[in-house]
Write a protein that binds this ligand. Structure first.
Ligand code: KIV
Ligand code: NA
Length: 264
């Protein structure tokens, strides 16, 4: 049965972990589908791993649409989530709606993801009221890397933690149905996961989130300088399908992420 927003909500309620990976093309989408990955994310991380750029900032909406459409052709059961790239939604709710419409109509995405907290809540509400499912993204938000001053853990200290809690609640209140938490302390991510009705998907956010996501190339050991939250799932496996299946299994049984993959 196809994974829907309702499926994800029920998985959270039942304590069943959600397994997510990125994909950018048809062949990998088929492998993820075969391994029963629940949510396939066409991330703007394609700027890094497909295009070789230093950040996700230059990624365009046309590029996201193209890769999303490629991935869509390889999927059947998985929920297809696509990133709104930098400056395709920040200008106005109307701009966000137009961009999301392209990801859904041309890319065949089921849901779109955008970065940012309370400031984006009116945009989230505008999209959701018009039939666009939205996933939030808080903590380390790579489109803001030049503002954050690098790729580093977020939400440390009481003031920053409180801001993150407020942002998460604002997004949920606005109608977001899913929330990615990137590079935040494990205890904070655990608390957010408990406090929110919507599922959380962690990356560098500890094992207590409702699900996990990794960049595919990272999970396959292709990154020469991986972040601490990455594990190489190809190690010890004979082929890509087995590696991806091992990732799904490790997420489902809670053996990934381990303590060494997180932040205190
Ligand atoms: O672009 C991406 O791959 C992402 C995930 C790391 C969450 O946003
Ligand atoms: Na992204």
């Amino acid at each position: 049965m196809a994974v829907t927003l309702d499926t994800l909500r029920k998985m959270k309620q039942a304590g069943q972990r959600i397994a997510s990976l990125t994909a950018y093309d048809y062949s990998f989408a088929r492998l993820l589908e075969a391994a029963a990955v629940d949510v396939v994310l066409v991330g703007d991380s394609l700027g890094n791993v497909i295009q070789g750029q230093a950040t996700t900032v230059p990624v365009t909406l046309d590029e996201m649409v193209y890769h999303t459409r490629c991935v869509a052709r390889g999927l059947e059961r998985a929920l297809l989530l696509a990133d709104l790239p930098f400056m395709s939604y920040q200008e106005s709710p109307q701009q966000a709606l137009r961009s999301a419409g392209r990801l859904m109509k041309e890319g065949l995405a089921h849901m779109v993801k955008l970065e940012g907290g309370a400031a984006m809540a009116p945009t989230v509400e505008f999209l959701v009221e018009r039939g666009v499912p939205v996933c939030g993204h808080l903590g380390l938000t790579p489109q803001s890397v030049h503002q954050l001053g690098g790729y580093k853990v977020q939400g440390r200290g009481e003031a920053a933690a409180q801001r993150l809690r407020d942002d998460a609640l604002a997004l949920q209140q606005a109608g977001a149905a899913l929330l990615v938490l990137e590079a935040v302390p494990r205890a904070l991510a655990a608390q957010l996961t408990r406090d929110l009705a919507i599922p959380t998907i962690g990356i560098g956010a500890g094992v207590d989130c409702d699900g996990q996501v990794l960049v595919l190339q990272d999970a396959l050991g292709m990154n020469p300088t991986p972040a601490r939250f990455v594990r190489n799932f190809l190690a010890g496996h004979d082929d890509l399908g087995a590696a991806i299946a091992a990732y799904v299994q490790a997420v489902k049984d809670g053996s990934f992420p381990a303590a060494e993959h997180g932040y205190d």
